[in-house]
Ligand binder design. Structure first.
Ligand code: PHE
Length: 452
């Protein structure tokens, strides 16, 4: 039996679900530690430039392809051109998002476990004890695998309910709660004594830290955070209505995503500065540094520390869930449409593949450090492979596709909703998509590969 194609039910649903995909651990976990490692405000400036000049046009390209084709990613690229090789870009997106789902679920599983542990008051003691807790948990041969796969199952339960009843409903509930939790923690963090140092770190650029690596990382982070180059936006756009103003949606989503990343910085750095903790701890920042920070910062009010800690991990879980839903949906839509499977069966395929990747990645960070590829743990390898290579590649090819290969009339009618809106910006958009985006992405990308 073939499933009817789903669609989002309202304008708010479209923005919240797509923003839900964009807002995730990328904002709350990856962005703060990247900014912390790469010079704070200087990194943020480059990041903003990447979002504005490359992210928004790239996002619009995926929207154009997805909404015009109204189908899963692989078929979408096929439908818009006579050359069938473009289908490969769709396959690349599906592969990328499934790999991301695998390693992302590891961190999401940690967050879920930390939510449970902070709720039951297990994460206590001094800095050494908190660190030992993380090391013991992440190197356990079974626990991180179970929590990670558990997170994929949670995602499964939403995705199986379909686009409107599952994805849209979950996003409409989770996104406002997420924003509320974030604002409460930011206020609490910025009110701590000495917090201003953290705010300064976030807002005053240190240009001495700017190397070519920082450019690539900012670009990768911008793409990762907007869910670009994974065909995710293309798949979600296939559920948009023909009346959706694509430009407005792209601008709203990019703004919300950036705002939440910066708020996440304002949640973490002031609290860290207040207790004199360095902000460049890398990926373990939110698992080792922060529990400490919460305890020390609120030592006079342990109940507040407890509540903030629980709220923080709940926030991470919600943010991660709306993103894993979107990663899962890309492959699910593909399998159900291309292989004429019911949604129930298609969902299981992605759950199965992602769970295997998740299990190996989870083990590679602790229990089995032999699981290495090219000098990195499997987990780091998947992270860098996708964010630094596959996403920019997917996005560059999509820009080239929309800029040069899709009939101009099709792009124009999608961009302007049949010449009813934004016609004046169309030439600017096309200029960016044809020249600026591919050239900038290629420069950064090939520089990283050592070719130029
Ligand atoms: N944008 C998400 C985040 O910031 C991650 C993501 C990447 C989601 C790719 C979907 C596809 O966490």
């Amino acid at each position: 039996m073939r499933n009817e194609r789903g669609s989002f039910g309202s304008r708010l649903g479209i923005v919240l679900a797509t923003a839900g995909s964009a807002v995730g651990l990328g904002n709350v976990w990856r962005f703060p530690y990247m900014a912390g490692e790469n010079g704070g405000a200087a990194f943020i400036l480059i990041y903003l430039a990447c979002i504005l000049m490359l992210g928004i046009p790239g996002m619009l390209c995926e929207f154009v392809v997805g909404r015009h084709a109204q189908s899963n990613a692989a078929r979408a690229y096929d439908r818009l051109s006579r050359n069938h090789s473009w289908k490969l870009v769709g396959y690349l997106g599906i592969l990328t998002s499934t790999i991301i789902l695998g390693f992302y679920a590891v961190v999401a599983g940690w967050c879920l476990q930390y939510l449970y542990a902070s709720f039951s008051g297990h994460i206590t003691g001094d800095a050494e004890a908190v660190k030992a807790y993380f090391v013991a948990f992440s190197s356990h041969p079974l626990k991180p695998v179970l929590w990670g796969v558990g997170f994929i199952m949670l995602t499964h339960l939403v995705v199986v309910r379909g686009v409107r009843g599952g994805i849209e409903r979950a996003s409409k509930l989770l996104m406002p709660v997420l924003l509320l939790l974030l604002v409460v923690i930011v206020v609490a963090s910025c009110m701590l004594p000495g917090a201003i140092e953290g705010v300064r770190f976030l807002l005053m650029p240190d240009f001495s830290k700017l190397t070519s690596k920082v450019w690539l990382e900012a670009l990768g982070q911008a793409f990762f955070s907007l869910s670009l180059g994974t065909a995710c936006l293309c798949t979600y756009a296939s559920y948009f209505s023909k009346a959706t103003n694509l430009m407005q949606a792209a601008a709203q989503i990019a703004l919300l995503d950036t705002l939440i990343a910066i708020l996440a910085g304002l949640m973490i750095f002031p609290a860290a500065a207040s207790v004199g903790v360095s902000a460049d701890a890398g990926p373990s920042l939110i698992f080792i540094t922060l529990p400490n920070v919460f305890q020390q910062a609120f030592s006079a009010m342990p109940v507040a520390g407890y509540v903030i800690g629980v709220m923080f991990y709940a926030l991470l879980v919600f943010a991660a869930l709306t993103s894993t839903i979107s990663m899962h949906e890309i492959g699910t839509a593909f399998f159900s449409e291309e292989f004429r499977l019911t949604r129930d069966k298609a969902v299981w395929i992605i759950t199965g593949v992602a769970s295997v990747i998740c299990a190996f990645c989870a083990l590679s960070v602790g229990a089995n450090t032999d699981l290495m590829l090219m000098g990195h743990s499997l987990m780091d390898f998947c992270d860098h492979l996708t964010a630094d290579f596959m996403l920019p590649l997917g996005s560059m090819l999509t820009c080239l596709f929309v800029g040069w290969y899709v009939p101009r009339q099709v792009v124009r009618s999608e961009f302007t909703n049949n010449d009813t809106i934004g016609g004046a910006l169309f030439s600017l958009f096309l200029f960016f998509v044809r020249y600026v985006c591919p050239v900038c992405i290629a420069l950064i990308f090939f520089h990283q590969l050592g070719v130029i």
